[in-house]
Design a protein around this ligand. Sequence first.
Ligand code: UD2
Length: 308
Amino acid sequence: MSTESNMQRILITGGLGQVGSYLVDALHEKASITVLDNFSSTTREAVPHGIHVIKADIKDRIAADLVKQNDVIIHTAAQISVTASMEDPLFDAQNNVFGTLNLLEAARRSSISKFIYISSAAVYGNPLYTPVTESHPQDPLSPYGVSKLSGEKYCMMYHKAFGLPSCCIRPFNIYSPRQDPGNPYSGVISRFIDKAKAEQSPIIFGDGTQTRDFISVHDIVDMITLLLENEDANGQVFNAGTGNSTTVSELAHMILNIFDADVPVQYMPERPGDIKYSCSDIAKARKILGFEPKVPLREGLMEFAESK
Ligand code: UD2
């Protein structure tokens, strides 16, 4: 049996957030985990026993010190709201660009074996074609997309110039029961489920024909776990999606059906700046990582019914 002293030491930034908290659950028996989180966005009530939780910001000096004390860095912490980034691009960049750079600089001066960065499909902007491959032009429509792309570019540059074993993923629309439905920036799935549970109409912005590639947080965790073991992934960026798209209208009806809510959907004008069609091409992740998404959308949605 492994003891804490010979276990791999993993630092998870944003370890109380949506992706980070599921990573903690998946990895804490196999590794010695430290969570760095500023407690700005969490629905998690308690972390598993034995996890070191440090309340600090990724821009802080202590974040750099923590990087040096670990073998692997999984960097999920970020300002995650597109809308907030439009209102305050400086705040967004300070977190997502300078926070990431603070960690990378510390990583360059240490002997870490992996640095995993969570980017976003927002780097693509409005897709020119679907499914979107990693080589699709990157033309972000928000400061958030720019800051995420910037973090990626730094990771790749640190790989090329300093040999840092870094790799990036670009998640499409992640969902999980730990996404906070009370947050106005929350995703469509948690909003629709919240409505369905209250027997209220979900609100569709536009005509509902827009599509998204919804991926369960468990598949994201799977992909990150594959990255941990794969040296060929270093210096690479991977789409993190399912390769399937669903219309918002289909989604609404699926959720009403699962929650047995007998209410009509309601339509509101399209959200300004909304992307029409989005779907990932995951051939690269399949080939290099052996990644295969395992959670069909309906099954992933059922988890919300069981968890609350
Ligand atoms: C996702 C990400 C965002 C960024 C962006 C990049 C989430 C929560 N957001 O934004 O961070 O990466 O992709 O393109 O994953 N909708 C409704 N009714 C609602 C809420 C939403 O119809 O109550 C529609 C919305 O107009 C859009 C679709 O559902 O067409 C998805 O909206 P979203 O906010 O879940 O995510 P998205 O794709 O805009």
